[in-house]
Every structure is written in C-alpha cells, then in structure tokens.
Design a binder for this molecule. Structure first.
Ligand code: FAD
Ligand code: MG
Length: 297
C-alpha cells in the first residue's frame, strides 16, 4: 500500500484547488475522483472570474492539466467506497479494490441535488431548469421565469428572481403561503399559481393538470442538498443542518471533528458556487499543509 501526505476524495473545483496548494509545497497528494461534478449538466458556467461563460468541463480539465504538471501529484479516476483510520494513518479503499494510505484526508465530494418530483424537470436540470440566479439568471434576458416550489426556501427564490425577469411562482401542492408571504410576493410583482403542474415539456413549457400551457424563458427550483457519499458519516464526521439540507461540519480551518479529516467545497459550506468552492479548497489545502508542518497545533 502506497502512503501519501494527503488523499483528496473528489477532484472537482474544491478538491483541485486544495491539491494545488499542497503540491506547490511539494507534498505528495493522491486525488481520487469519480467524475460527477455537480454542474455536469450545464454547458456554461457563469460568475467565476476570468472564466465567465466557459464550459464547466473545460474549467475542470484545464485545472487538472495544470495540477498534473507537479511531480508529487497522483490522480486516479475511481470511486472511494470506504475510508477509515485516524490522524497520520488513514486508509482509503477504491471501488476497484485498491487501498491507499495517507496522513490527512480531504473530503471534497460535493453534494447531490434532490429535485422535486415533477415529470420532465430532472431532464432539463442545468439547461432550462436552474437553482442559482447569479449563475443562470442573466441569460434569461429579463424574460418570463417560473419558480417551482420544492421547500419553504422556495419563497426566498420567488422573492429574489424578479431581479432577473417577471416571475410566476408555482406552489404545486408543496407549500401554502401565509398572508405575509402572499403580500410580499404581490408587492414584488410575483404571480402565484396554486394549480398543480402535470409535466414540463419543450424548453420550459409548464403543462398544468387543468390543461393550460405556460411558457417560460427558464425555470428555477431550490433542491435539497445532502453529501453525495456516506464516507464522512462512516468516518464519524458530524453533519450540520443548513437552510439547503445537510453538510459536513468543520472548524474555520476546515477540519472536521475527526482529527486529520478535512472537508471543503459544497459539501462543507453554503452557499454554493465554483468561486466559493475554489476559495474554500485553496484555504483547506493551506490549512492541511500547516497541520503537517505544526502537528502539535
Ligand atoms: P463538485 O463539483 O460537486 O465535485 C465533487 C466531486 O467529488 C465530483 O467529481 C464527484 O464525482 C467526486 N466524488 C464524490 N464522491 C466521491 C467518492 N466517494 N469517491 C471519489 N470521488 C467522489 N456555480 C457557479 O459558480 N456558476 C455556475 O454557472 C454554476 N452552474 C451550476 C449549474 C448546475 C446545474 C448546478 C447543479 C450547479 C451549478 N453551480 C454553478 C454550482 C457548482 O457546480 C458547485 O458549487 C461546484 O461544482 C462545487 O464544487 P465542489 O468541488 O465542491 O463539488
Ligand atoms: Mg465539495
């Protein structure tokens, strides 16, 4: 079994940003990545400085190519199925069966999106159904926007989106709006639709159960998030509730309650974006390095 200073589980924006700091300090790093970036359904990524509008796969592959120039970087495309051990002596098992050792572990495994069960919605996720207005609102060109309720948080989404277009809020049997919310939404010009949605067709055609067809430039929904794997829980890491679901709890230095196990990116912070995942990863990488330099701290 080969031993590394650090194993990074999850080689997307957060994990790669951490690995970059570590290999630049000549530490040995193994990145293991299952290749399921959260934004893999989107063709354009917006809001990340110097990469606005670029294909998110290109941002990731450019980062990986730059990382792979460093001789202390190892990379395998695989799924981690198990992690165990303690500080200075962790082991990680891959689906392929191989086992690797490391002094520190970084979980940059991202979150999964639990989408509302509306027929036709999942297929349009990332192309005409979105969750982040800062990422995808501008391109809708101030057109008609539909917000499909998924949780009580959807009210906030319906309140925010009039900044990007004229909004219809579908409560779709998920929510009952109180008087104050109704007044607030009406003050913002949001139209509330309480009839049930049957399905979504075409680009963003909402087909109502009562037979009406409503057309939109784009649709938004606020999915629940949860860590995309149970590795953190298997290690004994404490999870924390967020307005969007659950994440791994960390200290300011991105270390979990299990000494030597760190977490960063979407799985360990809210809100979520490429910029924030990169910043969180860069910080986590430096903090892991410092924990190797000053193990007594
Ligand atoms: P992720 O990118 O989710 O990567 C996690 C990685 O860990 C994946 O490669 C996964 O396969 C791997 N992994 C998980 N478990 C394991 C395991 N057990 N073993 C090995 N590997 C594992 N943000 C923006 O700033 N701009 C945008 O335009 C934008 N558009 C988006 C569009 C959509 C549809 C969605 C859903 C999100 C969008 N985001 C956007 C948000 C952005 O995608 C996330 O904030 C960002 O991807 C988080 O990066 P991350 O590295 O934390 O996690
Ligand atoms: Mg992450």
């Amino acid at each position: 079994m080969k031993n590394y200073d650090v194993i990074v589980v999850g080689g997307s924006y957060a994990g790669m940003a951490a690995a970059l700091q570590l290999v630049r300090a000549r530490r040995s790093v193994l990145v293991i990545d299952a290749g399921k970036r959260r934004n893999r359904a989107a063709l354009h990524s917006h809001g990340f400085l110097s990469q606005d509008g670029v294909d998110p796969a290109v941002i990731a592959s450019t980062a990986r190519a730059q990382l792979e120039r460093y001789p202390t970087l190892s990379w395998v495309d695989d799924l981690v199925v198990k992690a165990s051990g303690s500080r200075d002596a962790f082991t990680v098992e891959r689906a392929g069966g191989d086992i690797h050792g490391a002094r520190r572990l970084l979980l940059a495994t991202g979150v999964s999106d639990i989408l509302p069960a509306v027929h036709g919605l999942a297929e349009r996720w990332g192309t005409s159904v979105f969750h982040c207005p800062y990422c995808h609102g501008y391109e809708l060109d101030r057109g008609r926007i539909g917000v499909i309720a998924a949780s009580p948080l959807s009210v906030h989404q319906a309140q925010l989106l009039p900044e990007w277009g004229s909004v219809t809020f579908f409560t779709n049997g998920v929510l009952e709006l109180d008087e104050a919310s109704q007044q607030d939404l009406s003050m913002r010009g949001v139209e509330v639709e309480t009839a049930r949605i049957d399905r979504i067709e075409g680009h963003a055609e909402v087909m109502m159960a009562d037979g009406r067809q409503l057309s939109f430039a784009g649709l938004f929904t606020a999915p629940k998030n949860a860590p995309s794997t149970s590795i953190a829980e298997d290690l004994g890491c404490v999870l924390a509730d967020t307005p969007m679901g659950t994440q791994i709890q960390t200290s300011d230095s991105k270390e979990t309650n299990i000494a030597g196990v760190f977490a960063c990116g979407d799985v360990a912070r809210v809100p979520h974006s490429v910029s924030l995942a990169v910043a969180d990863g860069a910080w986590a990488g430096a903090q892991i390095h410092r924990s190797l330099v000053w193990p007594e701290n």
